[in-house]
Design a protein around this ligand. Structure first.
Ligand SMILES: NC(=O)c1ccc[n+]([C@@H]2O[C@H](COP(=O)([O-])OP(=O)(O)OC[C@H]3O[C@@H](n4cnc5c(N)ncnc54)[C@H](OP(=O)(O)O)[C@@H]3O)[C@@H](O)[C@H]2O)c1
Length: 253
């Protein structure tokens, strides 16, 4: 076990070889010397390349392969973390896709299925599989934390509000529905583990320039998209649970 010192908190960030996930890893590695960050990647070579960009930072980071659409890949990832670290203190469910990733698919049903496979089914199965490792962290006195990177696009309150800035984008039904479902997953887990003191929250990174949206010119700087997730990943026992927020404050569910 443990190429990681026992005192280190172990964090897994899914889908973090690029985009917002990579910025979350970078911020954690730069600011949290007592954390060991596992950079989740579908391709090990892309993960190794991403980790190489963090060499100058003080903290500790390593790639771990996980494709959340595959039960086998999730099981292998969890087994590897168990073998090497024996526990998981923080899970950040960041891996996700948007409409650009599915636009070549032939039908609405196929697009919807692909979006839900990653954003909903994968997120839930990954979380469920990580629970025993999070419990092991709790048994060692840690406060387990789970962060769901969802989206304000998945908010029912926003969707029904004519003054919401993206009211005209209510046409993105498959993606918005998938993120509403991801919010529900986070909300359910937060209630199930509230009494045990776990901190389980959802957050929206805001519209950020990444591959997800083909680096949309009007999107904001990607680095800042990591701020809220890192705050939620580093909560202590007094922190909030069952919240849905963005960098400026509360989002309506
Ligand atoms: N960018 C925005 O404006 C925005 C706004 C609101 C919410 N979000 C959410 O933020 C999260 C990150 O998005 P991003 O903008 O950083 O996108 P991105 O740059 O496209 O990065 C997405 C990451 O997820 C990984 N991924 C995709 N499918 C996966 C799977 N089946 N299993 C494991 N990993 C997988 C990708 O791996 P590969 O590199 O191998 O493709 C990549 O590392 C997503 O959940 C997204 O919905 C983004």
């Amino acid at each position: 076990m443990a190429d990681t010192p026992a005192a280190k908190q172990v964090v897994l960030v899914t889908g973090s070889n690029q985009g917002i996930g990579f910025e979350i890893v970078k911020k954690l590695v730069a600011e949290q010397p007592t954390y060991h960050v596992l950079l989740g990647c579908r391709s090990l070579s892309r993960g190794v390349e991403a980790v190489s960009k963090l060499e100058k930072l003080a903290g500790s980071v390593a790639p771990v392969v996980v494709d959340i659409t595959s039960d086998e890949s999730i099981a292998a990832c969890v087994a590897q973390i168990e073998r090497e670290h024996g526990k998981l203190d923080v899970l950040i469910n960041n891996a996700g896709i948007g409409r650009h990733a599915v636009e070549e698919l032939p039908s609405l049903r196929a697009k919807m299925a692909a979006l839900f496979d990653v954003n909903v089914f994968g997120t839930l199965v990954m979380t469920d599989a990580a629970m025993p490792l999070l419990q092991k962290a709790a048994d060692q006195g840690s406060v387990p934390r789970i962060v769901f990177i969802t989206s304000e696009m998945g908010s029912l309150g926003n969707t029904l509000n004519p003054s919401w800035k993206y009211y005209q984008h209510n046409t993105s039904i498959p993606y918005k529905s998938s993120k509403a479902a991801a919010n529900m997953i986070g909300a359910c887990y937060s209630t199930l583990f509230e009494k045990q003191g776990w901190k389980i929250n959802c957050c929206c990174p805001g519209l950020r320039k990444t591959a997800f949206n083909n680096h949309l010119s009007v999107a904001m700087d990607v680095e800042e998209g990591a701020v809220r997730a890192v705050y939620l990943a580093t909560l202590d026992g007094n922190g909030p649970t069952g919240t849905f927020t963005n960098i400026d404050g509360t989002e309506p569910w």
